[in-house]
Ligand binder design. Sequence first.
Ligand code: DGL
Length: 283
Amino acid sequence: MTQAQPIGVFDSGHGGLTILAALQQRLPDQHFLYLGDHAAAPYGERTPEEIYARTQAAVELLFALDCRLVILACNTAAAVAMRRLQQGWLARTHPTRRVLGVLAPMVEALSGRAWTGGQPLPWHRRTARSVAVFATRRTVESGAYPREVAARAPSVLVDQEPCPGLAGAIERDLAQGALADMVQDAIQRLLARHPSEPPQAAVLGCTHYPLVADAFAAALPAGVRLLSQPNVVAESLERYLARHPRFHSGTGEPRFLTTGDAPRVSALAGRFLGWSARFSGVP
Ligand code: DGL
């Protein structure tokens, strides 16, 4: 099969590569086109209006490059822009194309219930009654995680903690020690609100944060389960493609585009992920 219609994967910068890695592992027969808006990262400190406008422009570009299905591999974009994109613009301008996010699959995993319709999902056994979500300021302010989990599973308590500056610091390749300090601070702030009983599970609700997953794992109290958003998203896309075979892309090597400085972005991506991703500038 040709590589004519790749599945688009979009993030503000490097974070979505953590999702892409899981997608490629789970769905090796699909062809992905990654777009990082490195010129505008981090999104977490931008206004909702800016996030919406940049996300819409990115999706438009991926559609123009023949993607029929685009994954917003960015919690901030999904939390802030997804509903507006899907409810108005997408149906009006691209009725046959689809945009999926990373937030809905994670909410399904936390609640054990379907995003649409709310029916119980046999493949998600809900095991945590209390969950900590670490995310960007804008994702936290959107209230999307606690609201959407509560709508499906009111007994699951979701507490959120913003990690201001962390995604930007990862993009700038700050030293590991400094990144670990930022992680530790966020965890301490959250734990201070739960002195007698820490949450049972934690979600890294920003796709950049798995790049410092070791720092989270080291600083969280023993027994707190760290749930993997990349794996949850990859499993969810596999099920989606089984239900909607028309979005299968066919095989092909992944391609990487950036709005930023391609050589610098390529070098950093290789360091973070341990595999080489050669970025080109956007056409
Ligand atoms: N990686 C994105 C997220 O999942 C955005 C981080 C940022 O650009 O601030 O939220």
